[in-house]
Ligand binder design. Structure first.
Ligand SMILES: [Zn+2]
Length: 317
């Protein structure tokens, strides 16, 4: 097994006399120490030894040593302090005095959790709720949690609500992972005003120096057409129209969802699929007036003219 230690573990003892001694790793204790003087250089290292979960439930129970993987979406990354049950290491019951002592420790452990930790855990509960409603994957949520942690560390929380910051972090994560979700989607799920959300998003992007890619507009075509039962050819034509629009440079600065919806609308007409603009408007969340205007511009620029067009158009309206 090839082991790559991170740079944190790239340590050496600073004493001159120890220069020639190796650093020894004790995986049982999770420590790395100097082979010369015995100074502990790293504590609590991650256990990278081979995990054997066995083949049966019984073996699994016997061998399993770990809980779930650490996750940024938990306020303590899933590594909370656990003050054990009222038994000592040999399994004997504790005396009532010691029991009392441990109860007190447990109470103080809870109370001493800083304000930051408790707000973090509230924020991540919110994030998990939004994850389910939006149907985004774990790695996007993990990414959002990472961005939210950066927001908190940069002290951007003052004067902004938690829900709008969490929503903004989630939107940024969606953009980074090219998962097509619009600001409106996220605003409605996070119960935030869209205006506030976009304001906070701008702040986050500026202050954290995030570099978000433009959405690949074609991903919106599949998102919109998912519930419409369209032919594959129609979708492909829509992508084609979109590509040609990009080549003609009429997409820059335009609403990507409207652009995708309009392309799909034109492709539907060309392929004889009768779907009303109203339906497009509902599926894409863009007003039918916007879609109509975009469609007119696209048709004019790409010189898409057919006899069917005028007829279909009047039917659908
Ligand atoms: Zn040393």
């Amino acid at each position: 097994m090839v082991v790559n230690y991170s740079n944190d573990y790239d340590v050496k003892c600073q004493l001159d006399t120890c220069k020639t001694y190796p650093v020894i790793t004790d995986s049982d204790r999770g420590e790395m120490f100097c082979g010369g003087c015995g100074l502990v250089l790293v504590q609590n290292i991650a256990d990278i030894s081979h995990e054997n979960n066995g083949y049966t439930q019984e073996e699994y129970m016997k061998f399993a040593r770990t809980g779930p993987a650490t996750s940024l979406t938990m306020h303590d990354k899933g590594l909370s302090t656990v003050i054990g049950i009222d038994k000592d290491s040999t399994g004997k019951a504790l005396s009532s005095k010691t029991k009392f002592e441990f109860n007190r420790l447990r109470t103080w452990d809870q109370r001493s959790k800083s304000r930051k930790t408790s707000t973090l855990s509230k924020a991540f509960t919110l994030l998990h709720g939004m994850k389910t409603k939006l149907g985004v994957s774990d790695n996007v949520v993990e990414n959002a949690a990472y961005i939210y942690r950066k927001v908190v560390n940069a002290k951007l929380t003052r004067g902004r609500t938690m829900s709008s910051l969490v929503s903004a972090a989630l939107y940024a994560a969606c953009r980074e992972n090219n998962i097509p979700r619009t600001l409106d989607d996220i605003a409605s799920v996070g119960n935030v005003e869209r205006r506030i959300l976009s304001r906070d998003l701008r702040t986050i992007i500026k202050k954290l120096g995030l570099n978000l890619n433009q959405y690949d507009t074609t991903s919106f075509i599949s998102k919109i057409s998912n519930n419409m039962n369209l032919k594959e050819k129609t979708k492909r034509d829509a992508c084609d129209i979109l590509k040609r629009c990009e080549n003609e440079m009429i997409t820059a600065g335009k609403h990507p969802v409207a652009q995708a919806a309009a392309s799909l609308y034109i492709a539907c007409i060309l392929n004889g699929e009768k779907i009303s603009q109203k339906k497009f408007s509902i599926e894409s969340g863009v007003s039918d007036v916007t879609i109509r205007n975009r469609a007119v511009l696209i048709k004019k620029t790409l010189k898409i003219l057919d006899d069917e067009d005028s007829e279909c158009h009047s039917n659908l309206l």
